[in-house]
Design a protein around this ligand. Structure first.
Ligand code: OAD
Length: 256
C-alpha cells in the first residue's frame, strides 16, 4: 500500500470493526519524556536489565534495585499523558468494543483516562489491561499484600519499604525478566485479541513475549492490524497498514 492511502485504510479498518484491541508499548509515552527500552537513548542501552529487573538482581542487592525504581518513579511521575494517550482515551470512552492492552508500567493511560472522563466521569473503560504491572504499586515478597507506592528511602535495606501486614520486604509491582505475567489481564487480553476485527499497535518493537503474542493472536483470528511507529518493528511483516511516525502526531488524526 502506498503511504498516502495508509491513513484512510487504517481509519476504515477501525471504523468497520465491532471489536478492537489496542496494544501499546513504551513508544506511546516517548513524547511524554518517558525513555523507551530499546533503540537510541533506550533504558536497556544504559542499564543492564539483568542487574536491575530480575528476581536474582533483587535477591542480590534489593537496595540497588529499589534505588533504580525510585529514580524511574521520579522521572515518570513528572511526565504527563501526551496527545496520543488522550486521543486514545477519548476514543475508547466514545465508542463500545475497545480493549486497551499495555506493556507500559508508567500509568499514563490511566491518567489520560481520568482526564478524558472528567470529574465524576467513569474512566474505567479506557484503563488498560496491564501485562507488565505498574511502577506506582508495590507488593510484598512474602505475603499477597499489595499497595500504592509511597516515597522510597533507598539508603539501606532497613529503610526500604516493608509490608504493613507481615513485615516482609516490599518490591515494585512490575514483571521482571524470568517472571510470569499476571494471569487475569493476560487471559483478558488474549480473549479480546481472539475476538477483535481490528488491532491497533502503537509504539512497541514487539520483541517481548508473551505480551507480543496478543498481536499475533489478533492477526491469526482475522483482525486487520494497524501499526503506528516511527521505526521498524517485529510486527511490520504482519501489519495490514503501517503508519510511520510519532504517536503524538498520528494517533489524534487517526482517531478523530
Ligand atoms: P521498546 O523500547 O522495545 O520499543 C519502543 C518502540 O517505540 C520502538 O519500536 C520505537 O520505534 C517506538 N517509538 C519511539 N518513539 C515513538 C513515538 N514518538 N511514537 C511511537 N512510537 C515510538 O519498548 P516496548 O516494545 O514497549 O518489559 O518494550 C517491551 C518490554 O520490554 C517492556 O514492557 C519492558 C521491556 O523490557 C518489562 O519490563 C517486562
Amino acid at each position: 500500500m502506498n503511504s498516502s492511502a495508509a491513513p484512510a485504510a487504517a481509519r476504515e479498518a477501525l471504523r468497520r470493526a465491532v471489536r478492537v484491541v489496542v496494544f501499546t508499548g513504551a513508544g506511546i509515552s516517548a513524547e511524554s519524556g518517558v525513555p523507551t527500552f530499546r533503540g537510541a537513548g533506550g533504558l536497556w542501552k544504559t542499564f543492564k536489565a539483568e542487574d536491575l529487573a530480575s528476581p536474582t538482581a533483587f535477591g542480590r542487592d534489593p537496595r540497588l534495585v529499589w534505588e533504580w525504581y525510585a529514580w524511574r518513579r521520579e522521572t515518570v511521575g513528572g511526565c504527563r499523558p501526551n496527545a496520543a494517550h488522550l486521543a486514545l482515551a477519548r476514543w475508547i470512552l466514545g465508542r463500545a468494543g475497545v480493549t486497551l492492552v499495555s506493556q507500559n508500567v508508567d500509568d499514563l493511560h490511566e491518567r489520560a483516562a481520568r482526564e478524558a472522563a472528567g470529574e465524576g466521569g467513569d474512566a474505567r473503560r479506557a484503563e488498560p489491561l496491564k501485562l507488565h504491572g505498574s511502577l506506582f504499586h508495590d507488593h510484598c515478597t512474602r505475603c499477597p499484600h499489595r499497595q500504592a507506592s509511597s516515597p522510597v528511602d533507598a539508603a539501606s535495606v532497613a529503610t526500604l519499604p516493608h509490608c504493613p501486614e507481615c513485615g516482609g520486604l516490599m518490591r515494585p509491582d512490575v514483571v521482571w525478566f524470568g517472571e510470569m505475567l499476571p494471569a487475569r489481564p493476560v487471559e483478558a487480553a488474549f480473549a479480546a485479541a481472539a475476538e477483535a476485527e481490528a488491532c491497533l499497535v502503537i509504539g512497541t518493537t514487539g520483541a517481548v513475549y508473551p505480551a507480543a503474542g496478543v498481536v499475533h493472536t489478533a492477526k491469526a483470528s482475522g483482525a486487520r492490524v494497524v501499526v503506528v511507529d516511527p521505526g521498524e518493528t517485529e510486527f511490520d511483516a504482519l501489519a495490514d497498514v503501517r503508519l510511520v511516525g510519532p504517536a503524538g502526531e498520528i494517533v489524534p488524526t487517526l482517531l478523530k
